[in-house]
Design a binder for this molecule. Sequence first.
Ligand code: CA
Length: 229
Amino acid sequence: MHILIVEDEEKLARALKKGLEVKGFAVDWLSDSEKARNRILLYRNEYDLIILDLMLPGIDGATITESVRQENVTTPIIILTARNETEHKVDLLNKGADDYIVKPFSFEELLARINSVLRRPSLAQPVILKVGDLEMDTSTRVVRQEGTEVPLTLKEFALLECFMREPGTVLSREKLFDHVWDFNSLSWSNVLDVHMKNLRKKLQHDDRSEQLFETVRGVGYRLAGEVHV
Ligand code: CA
């Protein structure tokens, strides 16, 4: 999951970025509202979530939200606000924000709201994803295969989550990279291959001939397996 933070308070922004990276998110941080607006419009499909401060020098968070929604950006937006008026909160939601959180807030509360917003999209994603013999609890971040817990690194978990949210679909290398690594990451093809190799190693049964992850030449990878509801 790839998150963009737009916040001009450096200390808060750095703390959020660090905290979210520890939880396995790929995080970009921008402090300039004009740059942020352009980034959102140009890279709309790279981000799974935007955390937007309300009071920014230049364009404020509510105006950014309104303007990117007018350009049909559907990425979920959570607004950080220091204000507490009811009227104002309604205004934020009307302008297209998905949720807001009032400063000062605890990291745990932000995390809960992020998880709730990320689960909300079109299909109302469940907390527990099941594909074939794989089961992923996205809230506790535990993966089990045939009931046995598989220890995964943060990046392996993030990759597997992309596949389990779209089983049977070929995911391009670019898409996987964009959702698992942040904007400043370089030489993506190598890094992605190494993580895919490790993920396969951890999830492949020795006695199984078929491939869990199918490599689609020149495109990307596909997770095989039936979705259980
Ligand atoms: Ca601010």
